[in-house]
Write a protein that binds this ligand. Structure first.
Ligand SMILES: Cc1cc2nc3c(=O)[nH]c(=O)nc-3n(C[C@H](O)[C@H](O)[C@H](O)COP(=O)(O)OP(=O)(O)OC[C@H]3O[C@@H](n4cnc5c(N)ncnc54)[C@H](O)[C@@H]3O)c2cc1C
Length: 414
């Protein structure tokens, strides 16, 4: 790879996972020029997964989730700037910050991630109605948790499902309101979503499906959520988890192409040659899955590194076979591949026992697989069924559904 040992400056905008990994990779790959990492969060780059799980439940601190140790930035001459960029001037190649400063760049990496979608309903601003993305938001949920108290969780995607599980584990009564028929239905499909619904119900969560919160009520703070069909759900706190949108605020008025995130090519490069993007914000061109934007930790990590290498001249495309995981109660969900529409879902194992690997086929091609307490981590357990499923997905295999469902068939031989 051509290494730009000096030159620069390189500015990384957004000090989350992707930004933290990018600066690390730039230094590891030998870039020795000026390197600036800008972001408003008071935390050093870290992984957010524990915020809905172990950290929320008070079981773990975040030190193990830091991308780089605290001293690493000074030792590696990475300038940390605590600010939000409010304007990008692509002609002058500089970003203007809310602190009044401006920083010039030769190359710019956008790792601005996502911001929580707001629920635009009356009372959403009441005290006790929470969102979750940052440590501060997690801490305020933690402070509001009272065993025996009652929480309403709005939305049962990954964050909603994990928060609902954690609040339940902390002894709260939890009511979850969701527009679909079951948790995670859009991502995992109806059959898996029913399995997840069973898990939550058995844990004591009341699931209110096919409904939505239209209003929060309360005097000084939230006292209840009111739903479309008129249910009045008394609560001590509410957590709104209705998804994120790519944070492209800084690109308003610029010619950087935006369409469901920052549009980048296979090298993580935008339509402006010196500007790149990675992580939750990047709508990237994947060799297998086409144009996609994903909101997962493993992608932020791998793509942050890939974008850094592209900035230094690598011509390798980013073709990571996407993976992610979710922890809910004692259950572990693993996922490999990517699919939004499929025509067949094949189960190996048992939905009744909640131990299975599920395969998603579109026109006969295996595009994704999900493991629930079975199949191992597709990244770490190379002999596991999930890793084998990943190998099938990578080669565009068309395995027979009967063989996929058959416990005795070695997936690597299909
Ligand atoms: C509670 C929670 C639990 C999760 N659990 C899992 C999990 O179990 N498994 C999994 O795969 N994924 C999980 N994720 C998703 C994962 O955390 C994200 O995919 C990952 O954080 C994306 O990293 P990122 O660096 O792209 O963006 P972010 O982490 O969103 O970081 C972006 C940063 O950019 C900053 N920024 C935005 N605009 C500007 C600007 N104009 N100027 C300067 N800075 C700016 C933001 O403040 C932020 O600090 C979870 C997410 C959350 C919130």
């Amino acid at each position: 790879m051509a290494k730009a040992r000096e030159g620069g400056p390189i500015v990384v905008l957004g000090s989350g996972m992707a930004g933290g990994v990018a600066v690390k990779t730039l230094r590891e790959e030998g870039y020795g020029g000026r390197l600036v990492l800008i972001g408003p969060e008071p935390t050093l780059p870290f992984g957010r997964p524990p915020l809905s799980k172990t950290y929320l439940r008070g079981e773990e601190q975040l030190s193990g989730w830091l991308v780089n140790p605290p001293g690493w930035y000074a030792e590696n001459d990475v300038e940390l700037v605590a600010a939000t960029a409010i304007r990008l001037d692509t002609a002058a190649r500089r970003v203007e910050l809310d602190s009044g400063e401006a920083v010039g760049y030769a190359k710019l990496l956008l790792t601005t991630g996502g911001r929580n979608r707001r629920l635009e309903v009356a009372g959403a601003g009441l005290a006790g109605v929470h969102q979750l993305r940052t440590v501060a938001e997690c801490d305020s949920i933690k402070n509001a948790v009272r065993a025996g108290g009652r929480a309403v969780v709005v939305g049962m995607g990954f964050i909603g499902s994990e928060v609902a599980a954690s609040l339940r584990q902390l002894g709260m009564e939890v009511i979850a309101v969701l527009p679909g028929g079951a948790p995670l239905e859009t991502v995992l499909g109806a059959e898996m979503a029913e399995v997840m619904a069973g898990i939550h119900r058995d844990a004591g969560i009341e699931l209110i499906t096919q409904d939505q919160v239209v209003r929060f009520e309360g005097a000084a703070r939230v006292e209840r959520a009111v739903t479309k069909i008129g249910r009045r759900l008394d609560c001590d706190l509410a957590v709104v988890a209705v998804g994120i949108q790519a944070d492209v605020e800084i690109l308003k008025g610029t010619e950087v192409a935006v369409d469901n995130g920052v549009v980048v090519d296979a090298r993580c490069q935008t339509n402006i040659s010196e500007i790149f993007a990675a992580g939750d914000v990047a709508n990237h061109l994947h060799p297998l899955f086409g144009r996609i934007r994903v909101e997962h930790y493993n992608n932020a990590e791998k793509q942050g590194a890939a974008a850094a290498r592209s900035i230094l001249g690598s011509t390798a495309g980013y073709g990571y076979l996407h993976t992610f995981w979710s922890d809910q109660y004692e259950h572990k969900l693993e996922y490999v591949g990517h699919v939004r529409r499929w025509d067949e879902f094949v189960v190996r194992g048992s939905t009744r026992n909640r131990k299975l690997v599920g395969f998603y086929l579109a026109e006969g091609v295996l595009r994704a697989a999900v493991g629930l307490d079975r199949g191992g981590d597709p990244e770490l357990d190379e002999h596991g069924e999930m890793a084998a499923a990943g190998r099938l997905i990578a080669r565009g295999a068309r395995p027979s559904p009967a063989a996929l469902a058959d416990d005795d068939q070695d997936l690597d031989r299909l």
